[in-house]
Design a protein around this ligand. Structure first.
Ligand code: SAM
Length: 731
């Protein structure tokens, strides 16, 4: 029997099943969970365990019972592959609700802003003309003043419809599943039925679109306890809020208020005056008390305050990005922020940064905008500011947003055919017969299948139990393809559990030669062994050493794969806890990775007649876990050089980053991104060892060899400095 991961997963099977049902959730709900997760996670003062407990309660304890090859390292919870699958008959119908899409789309934003401005003004200042301008509120007035309960009912129904529509739009988030196409006869042909890159990227962008929809919905959800109904239901608010206004106004004025244009101006209350003052003043200790009072005033009073009016008007004004004042920021830090406002600020900031010369405020530096944007991204998507900033600087501004959005959407579930047992065509047919809908993975793989839906869990089909396939992310195939193992070679998989890559290597070698599958975690080697048995692998020895010690245990390998333990920033859609990883986590991992890569190099025989290769991979996208580690290896072991991975998609690794320069051959490494390639974030580097002697060169000579690893780490540690540098780099 395959290994079950830990007691916890056994104990929780029942509750996991229940959660799993809940987890046939819409993307928006899942997005919301991760945002909620993060909201809690941002509170770093609380105890870590308590935080994790809270997160688990929110996200669910989805331990994978079979410890299948999801590439997480020490992830405290996992989302089961089957949880992503929606049974065919339950696939949601697409809902056309573009008007409710989140407002990262600028055109829609403009339209929305106009509506919001109208709503906001009519809400905060009971201007009768404004009230008149809303057909719904007019109808309500008429209904109320004339006692026409039927008309009133119909108005309320129409509001209800908006609520229903909003609910429906939640359903639309599930539509990220691509259109299901049945596997056809010509499945063996790599060219015929495979998705081409364009199609795939379209589907990726449609996912992002759907997710924006989800984000919009989640924002609505998240704001429900927030300061106002207006911002809660901005998409539906025209009617609802104006109805509220006109209802309250008509309660005050028994006669037809629309005729009354001469009402005296309402004198602001004391608290309103305070509110206005605090909105405009800088935050000081003296006004802290007042600020606290302001925060504590109830929603109605707050939403009627001029400060709130000003805040909304500022935030929503078309084409203009207005920095939140210090009190606003302070307030956002102290109470749950209004995510709708944060979302709008993000969209506005991206627009301004895209055309800073034209749209930027001349009194502000670009770095100030970037700084605010990163903070807002951290709040909105639930990252620590530290990590949001680290990830943000990997991309141009608007692409960064695509990356964060893509992390809210699960990647397609994929499996790898075990060619030791079967062929892809036969496996596909058997699964189709059981109601699975699938398609071959893209052209670059001959063994992968993308699964769209399945009536039963993919880890419980007879084919799975017979070892016909491995549930494995598409990205994880890439490092084995780069390794390109040959028959009869001696190969080391240095960090191998639970065996997704080891068993693929065995299949490519057709069970010839020898594979040493090693992992330092004894528990995980049980899953590794189980998978090796299940998949019919016969050329593999499982070992349990710290990889750093391996050259002392054994060396002379033709090839070594180091699929290193990493932070998992490439698999955030699977593991929301990555969002709150700390500086210390990254420092420790980077150090371990650097030590492991040196061991991997030292384990290879440069004189191998067929090989002499080392492949380094991670499911992370941070520079210090990838290029910095590779650069360190090149400096410490000048007897290796980088060679092409032979993977013909992905983007080149960084040759410079935030003012630092890496070895010029770093462009031979490959990066893969969720928003670009619709695979987990992944990094692959391939080295060729050309000598078993380590040449004596000045490894510390920064000029000739690029920067030293430690320098980068020190640099990265200084986030303020990095921020400055990176902000400049991105201009
Ligand atoms: C990304 S996972 C490997 C996934 C695996 N390659 C697969 O495809 O199924 C990283 C693994 O590194 C192992 N690991 C962590 N530190 C290690 C060390 N010092 N030596 C060897 N393995 C280590 C972890 O236990 C974990 O199983």
């Amino acid at each position: 029997m395959p290994h079950k991961k830990g007691k916890k997963s056994n104990k929780n099977t029942q509750s996991n099943n229940n959660k799993s049902k809940q987890n046939n959730l819409s993307i928006g709900e899942s997005s919301k969970k991760s945002r909620d997760t993060a909201k809690n996670g941002n509170n770093y003062n609380s105890d870590k365990k308590l935080r994790e407990k809270k997160l688990q309660a929110l996200v669910g304890d989805y331990l994978d019972p079979l410890d299948i090859s999801l590439d997480e390292y020490d992830s405290p919870f996992r989302i089961k592959a089957e949880d992503f699958l929606i049974p065919k008959n339950k696939l949601p119908k697409p809902v056309l609700s573009s008007s409710k899409e989140a407002s990262f789309n600028n055109d829609k934003t403009k339209e929305k802003n106009k509506t919001r401005e109208r709503d906001t003004k009519s809400l905060s200042k009971p201007d009768n003309k404004k009230v008149q301008s809303s057909p719904t509120s007019t109808a309500t007035n008429v209904a109320e003043t004339s006692g026409d309960s039927e008309a009133l009912g119909s108005v309320k129904n129409s509001n209800k419809k908006h609520v229903e529509a909003a609910k429906l739009s939640r359903g639309a988030k599930n539509v990220n599943k691509q259109p299901v196409s049945k596997f056809s006869e010509d499945i063996g042909s790599e060219t015929s039925k495979t998705l081409d890159v364009t199609k795939e990227s379209n589907s990726a962008s449609s996912m992002i679109k759907n997710n924006k929809l989800a984000a919009s919905k989640s924002t609505n959800d998240a704001t429900s306890n927030n300061r106002s109904e207006t911002s809660k239901n901005l998409g539906d608010s025209t009617n609802t809020n104006n109805t509220e206004v006109s209802e309250s106004v008509s309660a005050n004025n028994n006669n037809n208020i629309r005729e009354d244009t001469s009402s005296p101006p309402v004198k602001p209350s004391k608290s309103k005056e305070k509110a206005k003052k605090i909105e405009t003043d800088e935050y000081t200790l003296e006004n802290e008390e007042t600020l606290t009072q302001l925060i504590n005033i109830d929603d109605d009073r707050f939403k009627n305050s001029e400060g709130y009016d000003e805040l909304l008007t500022n935030t929503l004004e078309e084409g203009k990005y207005v920095f939140p004042s210090n009190p606003e920021i302070k307030k956002e830090q102290m109470i749950a922020p209004d995510l709708q406002i944060v979302q709008q600020r993000i969209a506005d900031a991206v627009r301004v940064l895209d055309d800073f010369k034209e749209l930027g405020n001349q009194d502000r530096e670009r770095t100030e905008y970037v700084d605010r944007l990163v903070k807002d991204i951290a709040t909105y998507y639930g990252y620590s500011e530290f990590l949001a900033e680290k990830l943000f600087h990997l991309f141009p501004v608007s692409e960064a947003l695509d990356f964060f959005e893509a992390n809210e959407v699960p990647r397609p579930v994929t499996i790898r055919t075990n060619t030791l047992r079967t062929q892809r065509r036969d496996l596909a047919q058997k699964l189709i017969d059981q109601g699975v809908t699938l398609e071959p993975i893209e052209q670059w793989s001959k063994v992968g299948l993308t699964i769209f839906s399945s009536d039963k869990p993919l880890g419980a089909t007879p084919e799975y139990l017979a070892g016909d396939y491995m549930i494995q992310s598409a990205a994880s195939l890439l490092s084995v393809m780069a390794l390109a193992p040959q028959k009869n070679e001696k190969i080391l998989d240095m960090a191998a559990a639970p065996g997704g890559k080891s068993t693929y290597i065995a299949a490519l070698m057709n069970n010839t030669g020898q594979i040493f599958s090693n992992d330092t975690n004894k528990e995980r080697t049980k899953a590794l062994t189980a998978n090796i048995h299940r998949m019919g692998v016969k050329n593999t020895v499982v070992s349990n050493f710290d990889g750093r010690e391996y050259p002392k245990v054994m060396n002379g390998f033709d090839r070594v794969l180091l699929d290193a333990p990493c932070s998992g920033t490439g698999i955030i859609s699977k593991d929301a806890l990555v969002k709150i990883k700390t500086d210390k986590d990254f420092m420790q991992l980077s150090q371990l990775q650097s030590q492991l890569i040196i061991s991997a190099i030292d384990s290879v025989d440069a004189k191998s007649s067929t090989g002499g290769y080392i492949v380094y991979s991670t499911c992370s996208v941070t520079v210090e876990e990838n290029e910095a580690v590779v650069n360190y290896a090149l400096n410490k072991r000048p007897n290796v050089k980088l060679v092409p991975t032979e993977i013909d998609f992905g983007v080149e690794g960084f040759t410079k980053f935030c003012g630092k320069i890496f070895h010029s051959s770093m462009n031979l490494t490959k990066r893969f991104y969720p928003h670009m390639h619709n695979v987990d974030g992944f990094f692959v580097a391939k080295f060729k060892k050309f000598s078993n002697t380590i040449p004596k060169v000045e490894v510390d000579n920064e000029k000739s060899k690029g920067i030293q690893h430690q320098d980068i780490l020190l640099e990265e540690r200084n986030t303020a400095e990095m921020k400055m540098k990176c902000s400049k780099t991105k201009v």
